[in-house]
Design a protein. Structure first.
Length: 301
């Protein structure tokens, strides 16, 4: 799956040289990740990654603070599942517009939940570090962690320059609920990321939103992939229910029954010519136990 995703990005960049924003000039790559599709009725698991130039995020920080002063002065967190709240709903479009100026790439992956795993099992005797062994993890948590490490590692390897530092921020949930699990998760993600890198990397740090300074800067950073993951999972779920899954491109809005919050975010995701580039991938189930990755092109309606 990683090879096919890598090939698709290369092919799309050949067709469209402006597909990606160059992040190789900064000292530190900032990665924020989030995932959805955990509830039983979801048709797809969603993973979303924001990879950005940390030193180039100053304008976004100014705009982010301005949006909070206008709409979210009581420190409410932006999240897809919380957009029924009127203040968050009012803040949604200005919040997304502030994210337009992040120098980076927002890549979202939808994986059919009928695919139980995309990994080949490694014999236990070949695993030297117990932190990297699925035997020492909850199977579902380890699958999620490995998806984060492999897909995020692939993105970092293609967007980074030699000796760039990587600061990776994730939500404080089941992959890093305490200090011990945080350390083990960092070992897994760091090892998998280094396995993809064609060059030497700088320092790698894994942080969570618990490290937020109180200004909600880390919370808002993770909210960008959270909104993308939630919206795209909703959009594809509606297409799946209507038996109109796209082969490679589809119009926004895709369905009359898609929620308004998902449509607003999907319309934003479909925009081009922004500093923050948006990519969407779908990993399709191929019976009886296979899968195929696709690059989805969204067209504003």
């Amino acid at each position: 799956m990683m090879n096919s995703i890598s090939d698709m990005i290369r092919e799309e960049e050949w067709r469209d040289p402006d597909l990606l924003t160059s992040l190789r000039g900064g000292k530190t790559l900032l990665v924020a990740s989030d995932y959805g599709g955990e509830h039983a009725k979801a048709s797809f698991r969603s993973l979303s990654f924001l990879v950005a130039d940390l030193e180039g995020c100053g304008l976004w920080e100014d705009l982010r603070v301005s949006v909070r002063r206008q709409f979210l002065r009581d420190l409410r967190r932006m999240a897809f599942k919380s957009l029924r709240d009127k203040r968050r709903a009012d803040a949604l479009v200005p919040f997304l517009r502030s994210a337009d100026c992040i120098p980076g790439v927002l890549a979202t992956f939808l994986i059919d939940r009928r695919i139980k795993t995309v990994f080949m099992k490694t014999p236990p005797e070949e695993i030297e570090d117990p932190n990297l062994s699925p035997e020492t993890w909850n199977p579902k948590v380890f699958e999620k962690l490995c998806l984060l490490g492999h897909i995020g590692g692939l993105l970092v390897s293609g967007l980074s320059a030699p000796y760039q530092d990587v600061l990776w921020i994730t939500d404080e949930d089941e992959i890093a609920p305490n200090k011990e699990q945080h350390y083990r998760a960092a070992k897994v993600i760091g090892t998998q990321m280094l396995g993809y890198s064609p060059h030497n990397m700088g320092h790698f740090r894994l942080g969570t939103t618990k490290s937020d300074t109180g200004k909600l800067d880390l919370e808002d950073l993770v909210a960008v992939p959270d909104l993308a993951a939630g919206a795209m999972a909703d959009v594809l779920d509606e297409l799946y229910k209507n038996k109109s899954m796209p082969q490679d491109r589809f119009l926004i809005p895709p369905s009359k029954t898609t929620s308004s919050k998902a449509l607003k975010i999907a319309g934003w995701m479909a925009e081009r010519d922004r500093f923050l580039k948006r990519l969407v991938f779908f990993v399709e189930f191929v019976p009886p136990d296979g899968f195929k990755a696709k690059f989805l092109r969204m067209i504003p309606g």
